[in-house]
Design a protein around this ligand. Structure first.
Ligand SMILES: [Zn+2]
Length: 133
């Protein structure tokens, strides 16, 4: 199970709406508690292909350095599916190289948020608990 602040979910969903029709993507970070996501960091999507996302390395790499420097914890990646369900596509699965991180998908069409662990093409759903404060 993973905890996530409702406010963080709202930040992402607003951001994803702004980026339509493209997919939005970014990182989910824990400030101190390793089980609770309380920061969303947007990363520009530089994919030239629709229905895919690719982090802009010019932003992604420095952000990773900052996370480490500030002793925060990178817990997951999120991206949006503007017109499809909140389930990893074939390309999502093939392009995923962090089996220890949670993989979040927000379907704008269905207004549905789901999280998974993906390892060797095995997809396991993670239970999400929302934190309100
Ligand atoms: Zn996807």
């Amino acid at each position: 199970m993973l905890l996530i602040k409702k406010e963080v979910v709202k930040q992402f969903t607003n951001y994803a709406e702004e980026l339509l029709p493209d997919e939005a993507c970014g990182l989910f970070i824990a400030n101190n508690n390793e089980q609770e996501i309380d920061i969303f960091i947007p990363i520009p999507n530089i994919s030239k292909v629709p229905h895919q996302f690719k982090f802009d390395p010019k932003v992604f790499i420095p952000v990773l350095h900052d996370i480490e420097k500030d002793k925060k914890k990178w817990l997951g990646v999120i991206h949006s599916h503007p017109t499809s369900k909140a389930y990893p596509s074939e390309k999502d699965i093939n392009n995923w190289f962090y089996p220890h991180l949670s993989y979040w998908i927000y379907s704008i069409r269905d207004q549905d948020l789901k999280a998974y662990y993906i390892k060797d093409k095995d997809i396991a759903k993670i239970k999400i608990k929302y934190v309100f404060d």
